[in-house]
Write a protein that binds this ligand. Structure first.
Ligand code: T3D
Length: 263
């Protein structure tokens, strides 16, 4: 039996998903995309899972597309990359954005090409201080995908985005934190402990409200202030009907810690 390219482990309301092709720096094949999609479907369907932690096995987070699958024999037609983006990468980025649970990424090492932008598509990104984010696309004649051209200028401004995308230079986890590309960077040996602690914390929080927060902040980029105020009104109306809101207010008034159920 072949080694799974994706590992899924659940405990304490957290699903830990590990990209597991360490000998290839966890580069994506079509089979790996299928396994990841299946894992995310399981996570989405399981109400007991209230936070997701994505990381990579070995010394890298992910080196993007497996380029061994992109060899073109002389005279042969190249692979239609628009098709593979439409089939694999875009659905993955949409899945992460749409998931009604917080997704943490622990960038344990190099995140290159689509691997960098998949990491940045997660809701809270932690990184090892010596991890490397590399928009490697320009080095092989491609453009940043997996949402990179959309997310980078929003996170770090146009000039830094342009520099990273056109030069393909590495940014360390420590630099990424200073630039606001990631939430926090930790020494490599404490990254996973910090990430798991954060994931367990989020799994105890009002899951429905966290989902609305990620959707509202995501929607803000395309909205006017008026549109966003309307969205906040609608989301707050729904949040106000949740058991977690009822519990949060009761716990505050009773001066105790809330016991959120994610309902
Ligand atoms: O194609 C489509 O569907 C469109 C979508 C595209 C999305 C993309 O992600 S395009 C960008 C693809 N990724 C890259 O261009 C990155 C390629 N890799 C690198 O530049 C370097 O490997 C790294 C900077 C990531 C790491 O460098 P380093 O020196 O730490 O490690 P290494 O020695 O280069 O790599 C270790 C092994 O992993 C090596 O194999 P070997 O020699 O030990 O057998 C290397 O070939 C392999 N590897 C690394 N990245 C990939 C890979 N093998 C296949 N595909 C890779 N992307």
């Amino acid at each position: 039996m072949s080694t799974p390219a994706i590992l899924l482990a659940t405990a304490d309301g957290v699903a830990e998903i590990t990209l597991n092709r360490p000998e290839k720096l966890n580069a994506f094949t079509a089979a790996m995309h299928h396994e990841l999609a299946q894992a995310l479907n399981e996570v989405a369907a399981d109400g007991r899972i209230r936070a997701v932690l994505l990381t990579g096995a070995g010394r890298a987070f992910c080196a993007g597309q497996d380029l061994d699958d992109r060899r073109v024999a002389p005279g042969a037609e190249p692979v239609d990359l628009g098709h593979t983006i439409e089939t694999h990468y875009n659905p993955l980025i949409r899945r992460l954005a749409g998931l009604a649970k917080p997704v943490i990424c622990a960038v344990n090492g190099t995140a290159a090409g689509a691997g960098a932008n998949i990491a940045l598509a997660c809701d809270i990104v932690l990184a090892a201080q010596d991890a490397k984010f590399i928009q490697a696309f320009c080095k092989i004649g491609l453009i940043p995908d997996s949402g990179g051209t959309w997310r980078l200028p929003r996170l770090i401004g146009l000039q830094r985005a342009m520099g990273l995308a056109m030069l393909g230079e590495a940014v360390t986890g420590a630099q990424a934190e200073a630039w606001g590309l990631v939430w926090k960077a930790y020494p490599a040996d404490s990254l996973m402990e910090e990430a798991r602690t954060l994931a367990r914390h989020l799994a105890q929080q009002p899951t429905g409200a966290l989902a609305k927060i990620k959707w509202a902040l995501g929607a803000s980029y395309a909205h006017t202030l008026d549109q966003q105020l309307d969205l906040e009104r609608d989301f707050q109306r729904e949040a106000g009907r949740s058991n977690d809101y009822r519990e949060g207010v009761a716990a505050f008034l009773e001066k105790r810690t809330p016991r959120f159920t994610g309902t």
